[in-house]
Design a protein around this ligand. Structure first.
Ligand SMILES: NC(=O)c1ccc[n+]([C@@H]2O[C@H](COP(=O)([O-])OP(=O)(O)OC[C@H]3O[C@@H](n4cnc5c(N)ncnc54)[C@H](OP(=O)(O)O)[C@@H]3O)[C@@H](O)[C@H]2O)c1
Length: 253
């Protein structure tokens, strides 16, 4: 049978469709969908994260999209936590003054919107919410915008008027129980918030976008509270994807 070519838009619609469905728990996920009159068949090996068989022409763009998003939308975890951070080559996510727009390029910004679109909930830290005033929606891609939570352990938002559709959570110990009715929770930064999630071993996966700029100082991506010995640190297995002039590292934690 001859293979068919699909656009990135169709591949993305397929990913959204898989995300919305309750797929079986088997290791081999069989995807048979008709999208815009294209009959698409994929057998996806969940354990080894690879497409075993498909009737598609998988060029680099389509293949990367599937390789990045199928492990997330096909996850059989009841609730999964994913984080993304874009950092300079020297490990900073913003200047000291809090300027971060934009460290990464347009391909990565679109990727961030895709992460929002496959998530039920998005979490950002209080500094990010106050300094960036992010919209946290999916305006660049097809898909629904997630429910917004702000992580605010110092209760700085108490003195501010927060729109009623935005939820505020103060205690990291309550995050898992409060959000366990959702399938995918996406933590979009900043560094202090992601570091707290790392410390509590809550994250399942982290996307780190390495951007070819050097800030020479600023807000760090990750913060360790205590002294750590290099020998005690775990080396993560990473997949790499080119995103314009940036590189995305996909770490399964
Ligand atoms: N490049 C990217 O991908 C990206 C993504 C999102 C945001 N940003 C940038 O990141 C910056 C904000 O990040 P951020 O790391 O400063 O903050 P953040 O993660 O946005 O906010 C963290 C909040 O938690 C508090 N907090 C953190 N650790 C705490 C602890 N151990 N105990 C008690 N409270 C704690 C912080 O208070 P204190 O600050 O007072 O400690 C702050 O209120 C902004 O400039 C934003 O533009 C970049």
């Amino acid at each position: 049978m001859s293979k068919i070519s699909i656009t990135k838009k169709i591949a993305w619609s397929l990913i959204l469709k898989i995300n919305a469905e309750n797929i079986n728990k088997n290791n081999l996920v069989r995807i048979n969908e008709t999208i815009c009159e294209n009959e698409i068949n994929i057998s996806y090996d969940r354990k080894h994260n690879h497409i075993e068989e498909s009737n598609l022409i998988l060029n680099e763009e389509i293949s990367d999209l599937f390789n990045i998003f199928l492990p997330i939308v096909c996850s059989n975890k009841k609730t999964q936590f994913i984080a993304h951070i874009a950092q300079s080559l020297d490990g900073f996510i913003a200047t000291d003054a809090g300027e971060s727009k934009y460290i990464s390029g347009k391909h990565n910004i679109e990727h961030i919107h895709r992460l929002r679109a496959i998530s039920d909930v998005i979490i950002v830290g209080a500094n990010t919410y106050i300094e960036d005033k992010p919209k946290l929606n999916t305006r660049l891609v097809e898909g629904n915008s997630p429910i917004i939570y702000i992580f605010d352990p110092k209760k700085v938002l108490k003195k501010m008027k927060v729109p009623s559709e935005i939820n505020v959570i103060n205690d990291m110990n309550l995050i898992k129980s409060e959000l366990n009715r959702y399938k995918t929770i996406y933590v979009e930064g900043g560094g202090k918030t992601i570091s707290q999630f790392m410390k509590k071993n809550i994250l399942d996966r982290i996307h780190i976008c390495l951007c070819p700029i050097i800030l020479g100082g600023g807000r760090p991506s990750f913060i360790q509270d205590n002294y750590v010995s290099i020998n005690d640190l775990k080396s993560h297995h990473a997949q790499y994807y080119k995103m314009g002039s940036d590189v995305l590292l996909d770490l399964k934690i």
